[in-house]
Design a protein around this ligand. Structure first.
Ligand code: NAI
Ligand code: AKG
Length: 427
């Protein structure tokens, strides 16, 4: 993966921050290297279906508010579509389309029998009571119920949704169908057919890829310094798991700001503050004046674990980490990818690095269909096997083509989806 022969994703002339355009650039670049024809790439560059919905929700004060949302299904050549549901004020159709497309390539690169889907509701759940969030969750599921189902499209948690939201959605779908249907959604509470290990799976999978990458770079995990942007399901659990491996977590951030302690954060204290007040009140660390400065700290491992487009042409040159592990979807633009590749910074691409979540979602779905449940050891063991194997396949492809890991991951996944489409007679 030396940068001497540069075959990483080409930067667009004017940097686009539209995730839909970004994923199309990624497909073109890797598809061409993989020898896939333009006609076939054109199939992959558009989602098969996007459903726009609006639905009324009664608020606690008796007023009615209309919410808007989307469910995109990209490509179902390999199996039913799969991917999370996000509740966020910035949700929009192009973002949901891109997230669905990234899901297809993610499922394919780790060899799951799924295509990609993604959904979102334009809202900030922090603005609402628990009862209102429950009604929004049920309203959205009711609105998309026709196009989802255990054999069609299986949602899961994403930004600002969680197991409880999945539980409400599963209940709504089951009531509509007249029978208990746990396989319609994953990331559910354990009592409703959730899988052991799903809550930690995205973080755990990402840590497995970091361990493999550190072996590649011949660097020890013990003592490695880490900065994490985003302190939710992915970022917070990664902090714990990496600390358990002996890494030193020196900075974390959330939507309110970033904190830094070069000697290592007191994670227990920071987590307590996250749950009760704000991480910015941590007495033992410094609040960064500009939270985005977390990205350019002198650390071994940088983990973007929040939203898209945080490493761009503007700040890529400032990144000092040796490894960027993309727990988030789409944190790095193609222009930034190019810069990081030239700087010999190893980027563990989202479609590989954060695939642990959907892998254990797949295990959850399989357990739901069998109605037979596995131990946490079994789940984590199978997750590790799949993550390590996928990392090695991607790494080998990157070495063979002297390219970056993202391009290599896309090459593998595009070839697989193309083979499935061909076998089905789509072209
Ligand atoms: N939950 C899952 O299973 C998976 C999540 N992902 C991706 O991981 C990323 C994070 O998702 P989750 O952890 O599930 O969401 P979450 O809702 O649990 O946590 C999101 C975190 O990001 C923080 N955040 C929001 N805006 C921020 C900003 N501007 N700067 C810094 N932090 C900010 C929030 O405060 C929160 O701590 C997303 O890109 C998501 O698509 C990827 C694969 C699976
Ligand atoms: O668990 C899943 O099905 C999908 C999780 C997700 O949305 C993602 O990997 O981005």
């Amino acid at each position: 993966m030396s940068s001497s022969t540069v075959t990483s994703v080409p930067s667009m002339e004017k940097e686009s921050l539209n995730p839909y355009e970004i994923v199309q650039t990624q497909i073109d670049h890797a598809g061409k290297l993989a020898g896939v024809s333009k006609d076939v790439l054109d199939i992959l560059k558009k989602p098969k279906r996007v459903l726009y919905v609006s639905f009324p929700v009664k608020m606690d004060d008796g007023s009615i508010r209309v919410f808007e949302g989307y469910r995109a299904q990209h490509n179902d050549a390999m199996g039913p579509t799969k991917g999370g549901i996000r509740f966020h004020p910035d949700v929009n159709m192009d973002e949901v389309k891109a997230l669905a497309m990234w899901m297809s390539f993610k499922c394919s690169v780790v060899n799951l029998p799924y295509g990609g889907g993604k959904g979102g509701v334009v809202c900030d759940p922090h603005d609402f009571s628990k009862a209102e969030v429950q009604r929004i969750s049920r309203g959205f599921m009711e609105a998309i119920a026709d196009i989802v189902g255990p054999e069609k499209d299986i949602p899961a948690p994403d930004v600002y949704t969680n197991a409880q939201v999945m539980g409400w959605m599963m209940d709504t779908f089951s009531r509509m169908k007249g029978h208990f249907s746990p396989g319609v959604i994953t990331g559910k509470p354990l009592i409703l057919g959730g899988s052991k290990g799903r809550n930690e799976a995205t973080a755990r999978g990402c840590v497995f890829t970091i361990e493999e990458a550190m072996k590649t770079l011949k660097k020890p995990m013990k003592g490695a310094t880490v900065a994490i942007q985003g302190f939710g399901n992915a970022g917070r659990i990664m902090a714990d798991l990496l600390a358990a491996e002996g890494c030193k977590i020196v900075a974390v951030s959330d939507s309110k700001g970033a904190i830094y302690q070069p000697e290592g954060l007191n994670l227990q204290q920071v987590e307590h503050l996250k749950d009760t007040a704000s991480i910015l009140e941590d007495p033992d660390s410094q609040v960064l004046d500009h939270p985005e400065d977390l990205l350019s700290l002198e650390v071994d491992i940088l983990v973007p674990a929040a939203l898209e487009n945080v490493i761009t042409r503007k700040n890529a040159n400032d990144i000092k980490a040796k490894i960027v592990a993309e727990a988030a979807n789409g944190p790095t633009t193609p222009a930034a990818d190019n810069i990081l590749f030239k700087k010999d910074i190893l980027v563990l691409p989202d479609i590989l690095a954060n695939a642990g979540g959907v892998i254990v979602s797949y295990f959850e779905w399989v357990q739901n269909l069998m109605n037979y449940y596995w131990s946490e050891e079994e789940v984590n063991g199978k997750l590790k096997d799949m993550m390590v194997h996928s990392y090695q396949e991607v790494h080998t492809m990157a070495e063979e083509h002297k390219t970056d890991l993202r391009t290599a991951a896309y090459m593998i996944s595009i070839k697989r989806i193309t083979a499935a489409m061909e076998a089905r007679g789509w072209f």
